[in-house]
Design a protein around this ligand. Structure first.
Ligand code: F6R
Length: 248
């Protein structure tokens, strides 16, 4: 697992954009796995900027998002569909972009179809991940066992509390979500995990303490052969100089 510590959130976002750009340069028809939340907003802003100013071309790129609340309408301002359209898809020339359908009548068959679509696309080339304060990736919450396929999951109190900041008072917050499982995430050829902010310092520390904590889903990423973790200074607990090292 390669670890990059950046001085700022902006630097972290630029380094992440460099990796995404290099992926598209090497393979113009890349399949990207994408995350939502506050962490990748800077990355998406930088990708949009490079698309507009330097012609970064997404015309052959396809993407699959990690997760979507369930149930939620596509046009709901807190849906991940809405987030992705407003922050990225409407601003670039991406060939096709998929998210689990938060309005599906039959969530189980939606999950199966989603995995089938990922497989048909040849799997994910580069998976972008954020991390929950409890160590979740996608909405794979801490547990004694982890689900391989895309599935409907119950969000934990920790996640509901962390994400309640996005819902206004009185607005119903879904307590369940559709999420990619470990199969599609670990099937990705390479993985880019972004960790930002002081509230992630504790989980980041545990991620790099030399143990695989099975109650931190992200810690299992140590078992994947190609993972890059980019942290900003706050998440890294105050280490300020840009340093690249092999954390294993
Ligand atoms: C979102 C996702 C989640 C977030 C995580 C961190 O698609 O998969 O795992 O990456 O909850 O969210 P932020 O970045 O808002 O702290």
């Amino acid at each position: 697992m390669k670890r990059i510590i950046c001085d700022s959130y902006e630097d972290m976002s630029r380094v992440a954009a460099d990796i995404v750009e290099a992926q598209i340069a090497c393979k113009p028809d890349s399949v990207l796995g994408l995350a939502t939340g506050s962490t990748p907003l800077g990355l998406y802003e930088e990708l949009v900027r490079r698309h507009r100013e330097s012609g970064l071309n997404f015309s052959k790129v396809r993407s699959f998002n990690l997760d979507e609340y369930y149930p939620i309408g596509k046009d709901h301002p807190q849906s991940y569909n809405y987030y992705m359209n407003s922050n990225l898809f409407s601003k670039i020339n991406i060939a096709a972009a998929y998210l689990p359908d938060g309005e599906a009548d039959d969530p189980m068959s939606e999950c199966k179809n989603y995995d089938a679509k990922i497989e048909e696309a040849g799997g994910i080339d580069l998976q972008v991940l954020g991390i929950g304060v409890n160590g979740h990736i996608g909405f794979n919450e801490p547990s004694v066992s982890y689900t391989i396929t895309t599935h409907l999951t119950q969000l934990t109190e920790s996640t509901l509390t962390a994400n309640s900041r996005n819902f206004t008072d009185g607005e119903a917050q879904p307590e369940t979500a559709l999420t990619m499982g470990f199969g599609a995430i670990f099937g990705a050829k390479s993985i880019l995990l972004l960790i930002s902010g002081g509230n992630k310092a504790e989980v980041a520390k545990k991620l790099f303490d030399g143990k695989i904590h099975t109650d931190i889903p992200a810690a299992l990423l140590h078992l994947h052969p190609d993972v890059t973790v980019i942290l900003d200074k706050e998440a890294a607990g105050g280490i300020s100089n840009l340093m690249i090292e092999n954390a294993n």
